[in-house]
Design a protein around this ligand. Structure first.
Ligand SMILES: [Zn+2]
Length: 220
C-alpha cells in the first residue's frame, strides 16, 4: 500500500505496465526464478556436517528422506509418540527387547545390528555401530582413495535405515514380519538395482558396481 501511494500514477505515454521481480540483490528484473524467490523467502539455517551423507548424486530419494529424518531424530518412534501422550506400547517390534527410540533402532537393536553389522563388515573391518558414527566415518574418509567405499557405504547406510523403518512399520501396521536374513537380501537387491540403474557409460558407476560385487558376493 505504501509503495503504491508513493509512486506517481502511471501514464499511458510511459508505455505498457509490466511485471518485475526483485532478485536477491534488490534489483528488479523481468524474469521470475522460483529458486531465487525461495532463497529469499526461506529461513537459512547453517549447513549440517552430515548433509553429504544424506544428499548425494547417487542417492535414492525415498532412502535419503528417511535417513534425513533418522539423523534429525524426527521419525515417529514409539518413545516420541509416548512423549506426545499416546497410549501405546514402548517396546521395539523388531527385537521385543528394548524401548523403541532412534538410538535403539539405528542400531542398538539386536535385529538391526545383525543386519547392519553383517553388511557393513563386508566393507570395513570394524564398522561403526551407530548411524551417527557411520555418518562421521564417511565424512572423515572423503578422500579420493576412499571414494568407492564411502559411496557404497552411504548407499548401504541409507538402504539399511530405510528397510529397518519399513520393516518396523510392516510389523506394526500390517502384522507382517520379515526375517533378518530376508531383509538383508532385500537390502542387497536394492543396492544392486541402484548400482545397475546408473548410466552404463559412467566410469564411476561401473567401478562402483564392480567394487560392490567384489565385496558383497553371494551367499549373503
Ligand atoms: Zn529392537
Amino acid at each position: 500500500m505504501v509503495a503504491l501511494i508513493d509512486v506517481d500514477a502511471p501514464l499511458v505515454s510511459n508505455g505498457r505496465d509490466s511485471f518485475l521481480w526483485r532478485n536477491a540483490s534488490g534489483m528488479f528484473c523481468p524474469s521470475f526464478s522460483s529458486k531465487e524467490t525461495w532463497e529469499q523467502l526461506r529461513i537459512h539455517s547453517p549447513i549440517v556436517p552430515w548433509t553429504d551423507v544424506v544428499w548425494f548424486k547417487e542417492h535414492v530419494p525415498r532412502f535419503s528422506f528417511i535417513t534425513w529424518l533418522a539423523l534429525l531424530a524426527r521419525l515417529p518412534t514409539r518413545d516420541r509418540l509416548r512423549g506426545w501422550g499416546m497410549n501405546i506400547p514402548a517396546d521395539c517390534v523388531l527385537c521385543s527387547n528394548g524401548v523403541e527410540s532412534h538410538e535403539h533402532l539405528f542400531f542398538d537393536c539386536s535385529y538391526a545390528s545383525e543386519i547392519w553389522g553383517y553388511l557393513a563388515a563386508k566393507l570395513l573391518p570394524n564398522p561403526p555401530s551407530t548411524i551417527s558414527a557411520a555418518s562421521s566415518w564417511i565424512l572423515l574418509h572423503r578422500l579420493p582413495h576412499h571414494a568407492k567405499v564411502t559411496a557404497i557405504l552411504k548407499l548401504l547406510l541409507q538402504s539399511v535405515v530405510y528397510h529397518l523403518w519399513k520393516e518396523r512399520n510392516s510389523r506394526i501396521f500390517a502384522a507382517s514380519a520379515t526375517s533378518s536374513s530376508a531383509l538383508r537380501l532385500a537390502i542387497d537387491r536394492s543396492m544392486r538395482n541402484r548400482l545397475l540403474s546408473f548410466p552404463g557409460h559412467s566410469l564411476l558407476s561401473s567401478s562402483l558396481l564392480q567394487f560392490y560385487f567384489s565385496r558383497l558376493s553371494f551367499p549373503l
